[in-house]
Design a protein around this ligand. Structure first.
Ligand code: SAM
Length: 233
C-alpha cells in the first residue's frame, strides 16, 4: 500500500478513507493483520492493522523490510494522445521504472482532456503492483518548446524518430552515464520544424525503434525496454 505518512517503528500510519475501505472491505483485513506499506521515502515496512474505526483504519509501522531504492533516473516524455492511450503509457512507464512522466503539447497534439488525478491513481496502482517503492510523478502538460527551452543541464534526450535514417537504440550503449529522458511524439508525429529543432539540440540522440510505425503507446513501451537493454538497469 502506498501512503504519504512517515514510516518509523511504532509510528501510526493513516491510510486515506478509500484505502481504508479497500483494506477492510476488499482485503478484509482485521486488527492484528499485517501488510506491506511504502511511502516513496522510508523504504518498505511491515505494518500491522492497529485499529479498525468507522472512519478508516490505523496501522502501526513494525519493521522496515526493504530500504528505499530508486530505479534509474529515467524520464518518459510523451505528446498527449488519446486518453486511453495516455493511461496505458502511464501504467507501463510505472511498471518499466520511469521515475517521472511529462506530457507535452506539440503542433499536432490532439489532446483529450487530461485528468491528472486519474493518471496519478494509475501510476500509484502500477507502482504497488510492480513492487517498486516510489510512485512516478505525472507532470502537467507543457508546450514542447517550453520544455526544450528549460532543459535540465546534463540530462540526455533519446528522441524516438520514425522518419527514417536514425540509428537503432543499441547505439546508445556507449553513450555513457547521465540521467536520460525518452521523447515520444503524437499520433500525427512531430512537425518538420519540431523534428528539425529536436535533431539540432546538443543533448539529443535521435533513434529508430525499427522499420514499422508504432502507435505512441507501443513506442513508449518499446523505447523504455530498448533503453534499459542499452543503457539502464
Ligand atoms: N508520424 C507517424 C505517421 O505519420 O504515421 C506517426 C507517429 S507515431 C504514431 C507516434 C510517435 O511514436 C512518433 O512520433 C515517434 O516518436 C514514435 N515512433 C513510432 N514508431 C517509431 C519508430 N519506428 N521509430 C522511432 N520512433 C517511433
Amino acid at each position: 500500500l502506498h501512503v504519504t505518512s512517515p514510516l518509523a517503528v511504532a509510528a501510526p500510519v493513516a491510510p486515506t478513507l478509500d484505502q481504508s475501505r479497500y483494506l477492510t472491505q476488499v482485503m478484509r483485513l482485521k486488527a492484528g493483520d499485517d501488510l506491506l506499506v511504502f511511502n516513496g521515502r522510508d523504504g518498505e515496512w511491515r505494518c500491522t492493522v492497529a485499529e479498525v474505526l468507522k472512519k478508516g483504519v490505523i496501522l502501526r509501522a513494525e519493521e522496515q523490510v526493504r530500504p528505499q531504492t530508486f530505479g534509474p533516473d529515467l524520464e518518459l516524455i510523451v505528446a498527449v494522445v488519446k486518453k486511453a492511450r495516455v493511461e496505458t503509457i502511464v501504467e507501463k512507464a510505472a511498471e518499466l521504472g520511469a521515475r517521472r512522466l511529462r506530457l507535452v503539447l506539440t503542433k499536432r497534439t490532439n489532446a483529450d482532456r487530461i485528468r491528472l488525478d486519474r493518471l496519478d491513481a494509475i501510476a500509484e496502482e502500477a507502482a504497488e503492483q510492480t513492487g517498486r517503492m516510489d510512485v512516478p510523478a505525472v507532470d502537467d502538460p507543457i508546450k514542447l518548446d517550453a520544455l526544450l527551452d528549460g532543459w535540465e543541464t546534463g540530462r540526455r534526450l533519446m528522441f524516438c524518430d520514425e522518419t527514417g535514417g536514425a540509428p537503432a537504440v543499441s547505439s546508445l550503449h556507449d553513450a555513457g552515464e547521465g540521467p536520460w529522458s525518452i521523447l515520444i511524439g503524437p499520433e500525427g508525429g512531430f512537425s518538420p520544424e519540431e523534428g528539425k529543432r529536436l535533431r539540432s539540440l546538443p543533448f539529443t540522440t535521435a533513434v529508430s525503434l525499427g522499420p514499422r510505425i508504432l502507435r505512441a503507446d507501443t513506442a513508449a513501451i518499446a523505447a523504455m525496454t530498448l533503453w534499459q537493454a542499452a543503457v539502464g538497469d
